[in-house]
Design a protein around this ligand. Structure first.
Ligand code: FMN
Length: 241
């Protein structure tokens, strides 16, 4: 019981007589949004699901889908899935709150999408600009081979029409919670992933979360350093076979 994970679990416990004495430096609060000012921006259409599926049915139907039909996602579906997983859902008390909860409303998770087969969208890597509800185009190329390699060779899955990749900007959460932030970051990513899974089912689409990945290979695809920002997990999305 002395591995790094065991130590982490013990050393990040809150204990009544040993609470961290951490003063918040408001001037140093990291921005909650990552933007790519040089990137071309692509509008995401507004999209309303044509038939509303009850939450009960969505929960009963959700399962991991690993094989997909050779059918594109529409831009509207992608738009809805991005919004449903982590989009802005309400303005309240001067803050923009999102569809998934986040510890301290610090929102450390960034969303990227590899589009392999999305109608009217060039194949490539995109970043989701949450505030603008737009895509920022980062690289136009076929990433199927690279992302499959980075996902331990899960070739079928990563050839899905879209691959969502979630990274964390650690300082956003560490600013308030120190090392305990890592617990919250993983939980935040899990909420987002489940939002995506349920939203996809409600559109008769399927997803499979992917945690088996070579972190730094995915980081290299995203162009992030793996220290300040690193991949946490991914999910593939498509029309089930
Ligand atoms: C954090 C996490 C990581 C996962 N990683 C993978 C993965 O790399 N490859 C895969 O095929 N499935 C992966 N899965 C899917 C699980 O295998 C799946 O959820 C589990 O078998 C339960 O089946 P169900 O989702 O159909 O209910 C992952 C699921 C989670 C939550």
């Amino acid at each position: 019981m002395n591995g790094i994970g065991d130590q982490f679990q013990q050393q990040t416990k809150y204990l009544p007589d040993k609470m961290p004495k951490h003063r918040l430096v408001w001037e140093a609060k990291p921005s909650l949004y990552k933007e790519y000012p040089q990137a071309a921006r692509i509008d995401l259409p507004s999209f309303e699901p044509s038939a509303v599926m009850s939450l009960d049915e969505t929960l009963r139907r959700r399962k991991s889908i690993r094989d997909f039909r050779d059918k594109p996602l529409s831009k509207g579906q992608l738009s809805y899935l991005l919004w449903a997983s982590t989009g802005i859902q309400r303005q309240q008390d001067g803050y923009a709150f999102r569809t998934a909860p986040s510890a301290g409303a610090l929102y450390p998770i960034e969303s990227y999408v590899i589009a392999n087969n999305v109608k009217d969208l060039q194949a490539g890597l995109y970043h989701y600009s949450i505030q603008a509800h737009q895509l920022e185009a980062l690289a136009s190329q076929d990433f199927r081979h690279e992302i499959a390699q980075a996902a331990l060779g899960q070739t079928m899955r990563t050839a899905a029409p879209a691959v969502f990749i979630w990274s964390a900007v650690f300082e956003r959460c560490k600013w308030k919670y120190g090392q305990r932030a890592y617990r919250y970051i993983y939980l935040d990513a899990g909420h987002i992933a489940e939002n995506l899974a349920l939203a996809a089912v409600s559109l008769s689409l399927g997803t499979c979360e992917i945690g088996a990945l070579f972190d730094d290979q995915v980081n290299a695809i995203l162009g992030v350093d793996g220290v300040e920002e690193s991949v946490i997990c991914m999910a593939v999305v498509g029309v089930p076979l």
